[in-house]
Design a protein around this ligand. Sequence first.
Ligand SMILES: [Zn+2]
Ligand SMILES: [Zn+2]
Length: 397
Amino acid sequence: MADQITNTVNSLKEEVIKLRRDFHAYPELGFEEHRTAEKIEEYLDNLGIETRRMAKTGVVGMIEGSQPGPVLLLRADMDALPVEEANDLSYCSSCSGVMHACGHDAHMAMLLGAARVLKNMSNELKGIIKLVFQPNEEIAGALSMIEEGVLHNPDVDAAMGLHIWSPLQTGKFGVCSGAIMGGLEIFKITVHGRGGHTGYPETAVDPLIAAADIIQSAQRIQTREISLLKPTVIMFGQISGGTKANIIPDSITLEGSVRTLYTDHEEENPMQRLKQLAEKVSVVHGCRCSVEWYRENIPLINDSEMSRMASNVARNMVGSTAVVNDLVCMPSEDFSEFSARVPGVFVFLGTGNKKKESDYPHHNPRFNIDEESLPLGVEMFVRFAKKFFNEWEVEGT
Ligand SMILES: [Zn+2]
Ligand SMILES: [Zn+2]
């Protein structure tokens, strides 16, 4: 469907690549995206789009269509990761130990490119676009923006975002309705026993054997207590305690994560079940335990109507065989906080290309993108916005 939009987007390709490389060369960690925010403000200012700061380093801009209509939030995340880049590129990270290893550099560049196109076609738009550049995605920065009112003034009707995705080939999109990315809780279980000599175990209370039993027994929660159709993954990532081979320690600490692909119901609250199980198993071993946890992300749920529109746009762009409709995964994303409050859709944009070595996993020191995917992301933002304004009033709330 090569038309005016495709031509305009393609003419911006070099500019978007340049923006992405610049962000890539100067990565900043969550809530420290100062240079990044200034760069975004400068670009939007040049387009005649007013901006305001939110959540320390977040930037919000608005594009008003010539006709009234709903408010659509388009989101790009800004933060880099504490990873030492192992790529050999002319625009490698200039900041030791910090790297755009998740592709957020590409997200910002694509949304800025889309802002340029959308601003130029504002006389065709029936509504308002809220451009949201969000800090600290890796540790739930979306909530800070929501707490500071990003969904109000004017009230947002729906939200759309995308993530460049190295497991998916360049030229493909992944759009799926329902739960697409996991909810995440982080826990710490401390098992308290009574220390002693390994030659006199009967005089001590061994927290190690209780901890081992907790790890084994926890497996029953996901395989025996919760339907296999409700994906649940309880993983232990760290065990600490003890000082010497012949000493029974006082306590042992187990840390891990619980991921789910569904919104919690009372009877399927795996974190609550894990707490009860750890407490009871500890008692069996004569120990006691304390359990702390916090929720880092809720599951990301795509709205069916928004997904239908995004899928339609993607199929028109790349053909239906290049649109994957079952891309669901367990990593989490804080776009979930937007889509829990307004109808939302989060789209995966393929960037995997073996020849260009852009198929390394996200967060890997060799992570890189195929820049051919950038125009597709820009076009998706633009076409989705256009379709949303044309169809939302009729088929929406
Ligand atoms: Zn990430
Ligand atoms: Zn990411």
